[in-house]
Write a protein that binds this ligand. Structure first.
Ligand code: NAD
Length: 527
């Protein structure tokens, strides 16, 4: 691991005055509120303070949003979509400033911060273009087509509560909100403390693009205080975070009988098939394991290699990881940034120490880099990780990759599935057909062929999310917007009711209807 040369020292100066201006955008009245300090992971320096909201701030925000929602939903969908097309242009124009903020708040490398801009822009454009089709009312067939005409109508649920974690300050604060807003809902957003400035920047761009401020309220503060307050009031809860907190959220939302969507943790496997392009797969493993210093829900933590490729692959992997440039650069001179929080760094250290203490072998890394900044940790590669070690089954959420050797493809698939998680997976092969076949046998919401995570994540028309303990519900595509709606069926009956007419005995009606239903069932397009 080399320290990047020429790395610009991160400072607040590029964003002079921006932090206090952004803090003023929160829906928390901050004159009489305590504030929370936000520090830059790169240096530990104070970035700014955000007002610490309370339950009554959440209450007020939901009330304001609820009042504004009706007018917003009454606007033609084309008008709503146009706001997000403008937002996309503004985001791309101002990307340098937003990338700076993402880096300062998260400590991620600039290339990983830029991925957030691309994804957010793509999601905004996707829903701006496709939402009218996803949301339009649809004709449905009734029991007797001429007698009954039915339509399915989508109504916005009302106020959606979005609770976001810190690891994707932009994507996770705003892309789920975009779908909810286009569907005609209002949103109350509680971003993580560590990503509030980026979330507020995104909100300010949306306001500039024409979104009424009352339709999107951002309430800053602690998650364990504001989260439950929001779940108690929202009509739908969109939560992204750990499986443990997701279970708490699900329980609280279920008690109110409001819908929820949970995007949770993962322990993502990458399987290299014997016919894979080794050089491409090594690059993919590096990208997949070390993106965002491994603090990415869809990053790879387990690598399964066939015996025939194992030694050569591992040698190339370690050589490639060894030369990754790591450091606190605000330009593109590094490959890898910092961990974001001392809490997550402690988890990573615990997992690695536990594995090594129980007999795993360290091939690379395994230590902090205080010479670079307070939260830097080296890209780490382990072998010999076994059941009973934390890194075997628990999500590490850091730059740590465990390498395993497998006997045959069935063995690899069984081991990839041997986890309570089911978020993302990756399969590498020169044969698309073989890889797709293996992909279909992996119990994960997304599987990337010859890529680690980006292919599925950016296929915005297709749903992504977790199986098993990795989540409930999906983001992106039709599923990612319809979840914010209530489906309603309106059926109109013509000519006669669905009941025996007065001139027919019940027994004859029974015979006639049975025949009609049987015949209709055989006519294509009617069932
Ligand atoms: P976390 O569960 O600790 O916290 C998530 C958010 O919930 C935080 O902002 C926190 O303040 C808030 N929160 C805390 N208590 C709450 C409560 N009782 N009710 C509501 N909200 C509450 O997770 P984290 O450490 O911030 O994030 C990392 C985790 O998120 C990892 O497990 C990662 O895999 C997961 N994640 C999943 C996805 C995905 O799309 N599946 C994306 C990013 C991160």
């Amino acid at each position: 691991m080399t320290m990047a040369t020429g790395a610009a020292a991160p400072s607040e100066s590029r964003l002079d005055g921006r932090f206090s201006a952004l803090a003023a955008l929160t829906a928390v009245p901050h004159l009489d509120r305590a504030s929370i300090e936000v520090h830059a992971p790169f240096t530990g320096a104070l970035l700014g303070r955000i007002p610490r909201g309370t339950e009554s701030d959440v209450d007020a925000a939901v009330q304001v949003a609820r009042r504004a929602q009706r007018q917003w939903a009454a606007r033609p969908i084309g008008e709503r979509c146009a706001v997000f097309t403008r937002f996309q242009s503004l985001l791309l124009e101002r990307r340098e400033e937003v990338i700076d903020l993402i880096q300062l708040e998260s400590g991620k490398a600039r290339r990983h911060a830029f991925e957030e801009i691309v994804d957010t822009a793509v999601v905004a454009q996707h829903y701006a273009v496709h939402a009218p089709r996803y949301l339009r009312s649809r004709r449905r067939t009734g029991a007797l087509p001429i007698l009954t005409s039915a339509i399915e109508v989508q109504h916005p649920v009302g106020v959606v509560g979005v609770i976001a974690p810190w690891n994707f300050p932009l994507i996770l604060s705003i892309t789920d909100a975009i779908a909810a807003l286009i569907a005609g809902n209002a949103v109350v957003l509680r971003p993580d403390v560590q990503s509030s400035f980026t979330a507020l920047t995104a909100a300010s761009l949306l306001y500039e693009a024409g979104l009424p401020q009352d339709v999107l309220r951002v309430v800053t503060g602690e998650g364990h205080e504001l989260g439950p307050a929001l779940i108690d009031r929202a009509d739908f809860v969109m939560f992204t975070g750990s499986t443990r907190t997701g279970q708490v959220v699900a329980k609280q939302a279920a008690a109110r009988l409001v819908g929820f969507s949970l995007e949770l943790g993962g322990k993502n496997p990458m399987i290299v098939l014997p016919d894979a392009d080794v050089s491409a797969a090594v690059d993919g493993a590096i990208r997949g394991a070390f993106v965002g210093a491994g603090q990415v829900c869809v990053s790879m933590e387990r690598l399964y290699l066939p015996a025939a490729l194992h030694d050569d692959f591992v040698e190339k992997l370690v050589a490639r990881a060894r030369v990754l440039r790591i450091g606190p650069a605000m330009d593109y001179s590094v490959d890898l940034g910092s961990m974001t929080s001392a809490r997550q760094l402690a988890v990573v250290e615990e997992h690695v120490a536990d594995a090594l203490g129980k007999g795993a072998t360290l091939l690379l890394g395994g230590k902090r880099r205080p010479d670079l900044g307070p939260l830097f940790y080296e890209p780490t590669i382990l072998t010999g990780v076994r059941p009973g070690m934390l890194a075997y089954a628990e999500e590490t959420f850091g730059p740590v990759l465990a390498v395993y050797r497998y006997d045959d493809v069935d063995d690899a698939i069984a081991r990839a599935n041997d986890t309570r998680y089911g978020l993302n997976a990756s399969v590498w092969s020169r044969s698309k057909r073989r890889a797709v076949d293996v992909a279909g046998r992996i119990q994960c919401g997304t599987v990337n062929v010859n890529e680690a995570y980006a292919a599925t994540w950016t296929a915005t028309g297709s749903p992504i999310g977790g199986m098993k303990s990795s989540g409930i519900g999906r983001r992106h595509g039709a599923a990612g917007i319809l979840k914010y709606t209530e489906a309603q069926t309106i059926a109109v009956q013509r000519l006669m009711p669905l009941a025996p007419p007065p001139f027919l005995r019940e027994q004859d009606y029974e015979r006639l209807m049975s025949r009609v239903v049987r015949v209709l069932g055989r006519i294509p397009g009617l069932r």
